[in-house]
Design a protein around this ligand. Structure first.
Ligand code: SF4
Length: 375
């Protein structure tokens, strides 16, 4: 064989290999952006089992079909009531059952929440999430949280709350006040659930999500990985989320932050590549949802975060405690975005949204912004 024919033959064999690989990848991409609600455990497992590069490629293709790949949505999370929670979530520093060094705080005053929301907006956040460590909001809490929603909305921010379980009536009331999103995570798989929480059932969580959806609010729901669960639990959690119909608009994927004093403080670390796989699989299964790189980001280096964005994560939280102290973390995030050529997503406001904001502004002018929620 001459050198030339050898080269031709080698080139032709490379073409064959490339064609075979492309066909394989294309096959795995068929119907890629289709939103499905019938995921089976073995199908999700097959995604997790893909070679890492193939999985990342597939996730990135789907990401590009549905989103600007160089845009990330930025939310700020503020704890409006911290600690003393009666629930027993084994990962949580706010549970009253565990000895953690968290500073307990009663429900914040509305005016303080609005100050934090303004600061978040000034730093580029488009969504302001308010979280309270409650089993569920009590009737006496509702007037304050409603005022918070109206006030944050009036600033032109998207609003999100996470207050625990919600009744249908409470969901309707919050939606009426202008709440855009309600966060309620499934946390883990139904199979692993009892190892993590015993004070509310998996079905309780689904019921809250159903109330939120029925009220017309958008759903933010995800889970936590690294809770000592098995790989099949991570697959099962993602199947539960993807099989919700409609799928959650926002899907936070959290990496456990181990807190001294909680029962999970010394659980084994989850392999970082497994976490990236979770992001990629979530992106593939929920192609139209924002997948949020949430808790645990502090423990990830910049390369790991970049890999998560490549896998399809397109939403992050800024920390809240640093809001009033210059928030160096936020600056660090912006520096990383600059280096990666990532822009922050802006809110596409419709005429209907503008009308809602105007109404909220008028309502605020007629209400007592300085309602003292502590009394
Ligand atoms: S309900 Fe929320 S605040 Fe309460 S222990 Fe569970 S995770 Fe923590």
């Amino acid at each position: 064989m001459t050198q030339q024919t050898s080269a031709v033959s080698e080139s032709s064999s490379n073409t064959n290999v490339n064609t075979a690989v492309n066909t394989q990848v294309n096959n795995t991409n068929q119907g890629s952006s289709e939103v499905r609600h019938n995921w089976q455990a073995d199908q999700v497992k097959a995604l997790f089992d893909m070679p890492f590069n193939d999985l990342m490629f597939k996730a990135q293709v789907i990401h590009r079909e549905n989103f600007n790949p160089n845009e990330v949505q930025v939310s700020t999370l503020l704890s409006i009531k911290t600690g003393a929670c009666p629930e027993d979530c084994k990962y949580c520093s706010q549970s009253a059952r565990y000895k953690t060094d968290i500073d307990k705080e009663r429900l914040m005053e509305v005016s303080k929440v609005l100050e934090a929301a303004q600061a978040a907006k000034d730093q580029g956040s488009t969504r302001f999430c308010m979280g309270a460590g409650w089993r569920n909001p009590k009737a006496r809490d509702m007037p304050s949280v409603v005022e918070m929603v109206k006030g944050v909305k009036a600033l032109g921010l998207e609003t999100c709350m996470t207050l625990g379980m919600l009744s249908a009536e409470q969901a309707d009331e919050l939606q009426g006040a202008g709440l855009d999103y309600y966060n309620h995570n499934l946390d883990t798989s139904p199979e692993h659930y009892n190892q993590i929480i015993t004070t509310r059932t998996f079905q309780d969580r689904l019921d809250t999500l159903s109330n939120v959806r029925s009220s017309g609010m958008k759903v933010c729901s995800g889970g936590i990985v690294g809770l000592g669960e098995e790989s099949k639990d991570r697959a099962s959690l993602l199947a539960q989320l993807a099989n919700l119909s409609p799928q959650p608009e926002s899907v936070p994927i959290n990496m456990l932050v181990k807190i001294e004093g909680t029962p999970l403080s010394d659980v084994a670390d989850l392999d970082h590549f497994e976490f990236v796989r979770c992001i990629a699989v979530a992106r593939i299964m929920m192609p139209k949802s924002h997948v949020r790189l949430s808790a645990g980001r502090d423990a990830m280096n910049e390369q790991m975060q970049a890999l998560c964005f490549l896998a399809g994560a397109n939403s992050i939280f800024y920390g809240c405690k640093l809001l009033t102290t210059g928030n160096p973390e936020a600056n660090k995030d912006m520096m990383l975005f600059n280096r990666l050529g990532i822009n922050t997503e802006t809110i596409a406001s419709s005429a209907a949204d503008e009308a809602k904001i105007t109404t909220a502004v008028v309502d605020q002018k007629n209400s007592d912004l300085f309602y003292n929620a502590v009394n």
